[in-house]
Design a protein around this ligand. Structure first.
Ligand code: PLP
Length: 407
């Protein structure tokens, strides 16, 4: 069947929340995916920061297949060795202090929902005046009503008001935080690098100030590492190093790269303030902690370690950013490791947003990239990406931008 006919089927049979997809993909190998017409694309988006090991990674595939043949699902009345191993491994690699605990979910949104319930419950039992939640302008935390309530983009929120209340969005500046923080704040949620907003790192010193001010005011600090975590920035957590030791966050949320393409999320309760809040009956999920997801998570972490992919993310990320900075029309290259954002200089003669036009022009030339805004592009390729892939994209980009300008 022709790709266009399949895309017509999509329009008939699937709810249009994602807009029209542009390709029907059938296969993937390494950093490449192939569509139904047999065209191959270098995947520089990695399923939006998910496919850490690329596509069809042998050890990951084997781990899931093996687990499927052994034990595919049990309820949370029971546990499995895989669940225990992944929890321990996650607590180790993220530098969690003794006593920290994990809770598994199926997505980033659900990890944040668990975190928000934890924050509310902690605040309610600490002091009934603790009713305010702080979140950052331009922050993104998911699409369920709770996660949406702390997501700042008006267009996402407006049709669904009233959302859970008590949330205030502040500028990501230490001044704004100092001004907003008080003893009636239950918690602060933030991303170390705002991914959906176009890969904008928080200003220098903000994370430390957030930790200090939340602690001083009895509020919990939730660091959403759904997009930035699990090696994407060349460290297991983007906040690691800044927020560790004495400055560890109360809660860290993870998803995306954690399963290497298998749906999974996790909430890590890091500090004593957070670990004892959600006791029996206070939260739950049918699929969270599912053995297949656990096997996928373990295989992903193992491969990242075996193949030295944190180092690869750092090296390839530098190569990409340095190359991008040398290209005419590319401005303000941002990010860390393999989470990269940059803006496109728009000459006044171009009609309409340049970003989406660049995405189309890139696709026509065999590259998958993403626009997070009218003139902002994002790259989040597999952590296994090689120098030849990076160079192929950098070489093609001037022509892609020219085509975007002409479109
Ligand atoms: N938090 C952040 C920082 C994200 O980037 C995302 C998704 O893009 C989410 C939460 C929501 O995760 P999910 O789509 O897995 O529910």
């Amino acid at each position: 069947m022709r790709q266009q006919d399949l895309l017509d089927d999509y329009r008939n049979d699937l709810l249009g929340v994602f807009g029209d997809p542009t390709l029907v993909l059938t296969e993937g190998k390494g950093c490449f995916v192939t569509d139904t017409d047999g065209r191959t694309y270098l995947d520089l988006l990695g399923g939006i920061a998910v496919n850490a090991l690329g596509h069809g990674h042998a050890a990951w595939t084997e781990a899931i297949s093996h687990q499927a043949g052994r034990l595919g699902h049990v309820s949370n009345f029971f546990t499995t060795p895989e669940q225990l191993r992944l929890a321990r491994k996650l607590l180790e690699i993220t530098g969690a202090p003794d006593g920290a605990k994990a809770f598994f979910t199926n997505s980033g949104t659900e990890a944040n929902e668990a975190a928000l319930k934890l924050v509310r419950s902690h605040g309610n039992s600490a002091d009934p005046r603790k009713i305010r939640l702080l979140a950052l302008k331009h922050g993104f935390h998911g699409r369920s009503t709770g996660a949406l309530a702390v997501t700042s983009k008006e267009a996402y929120r407006a049709p669904f008001e009233p959302l859970p209340g008590g949330v205030e969005f502040i500028d990501p500046t230490v001044d704004a935080l100092e001004h907003a923080m008080d003893e009636d704040v239950a918690g602060l949620i933030l991303e170390p690098i705002q991914g959906e907003a176009g890969v904008h790192p928080l200003p220098e010193g903000f994370l430390e100030a957030a930790r200090r001010l939340t602690k001083d005011n009895g509020a919990l600090l939730v660091v959403d590492e759904v997009q930035t975590g699990m090696g994407r920035t060349g460290q297991w957590l983007a906040s690691q190093g800044t927020l560790s030791g004495e400055l560890v966050p109360d809660v860290v949320t993870l998803a995306k790269s954690l399963g290497g393409g298998f749906p999974i999320g996790a909430m890590l309760a890091m500090t004593p303030d957070a670990t004892d809040v959600l006791g029996p009956g206070k939260h739950g999920t049918t699929f969270g902690g599912n053995p297949l997801a656990m096997a996928a998570g373990l295989a992903t972490i193992q491969a990242i370690e075996d193949e030295d992919l944190l180092e690869n993310a750092r090296t390839m990320g530098r190569r990409l950013r340095d190359g991008l900075r040398a290209i005419d029309g590319v401005v303000d290259v941002r990010g860390n490791g393999l989470l990269i954002g940059f803006d496109l200089e728009n000459s006044n003669s171009v009609e309409g947003p340049l970003g989406p036009k660049a995405v189309s022009a890139a696709r026509e030339r065999g590259f998958i990239i993403n626009a997070t805004g009218p003139s902002t592009l994002r790259l989040a390729p597999p952590l296994i990406i090689e120098g030849t892939h990076v160079d192929a994209f950098l070489e093609a980009l001037p022509a892609i931008l020219e085509a975007a300008h002409d479109a």
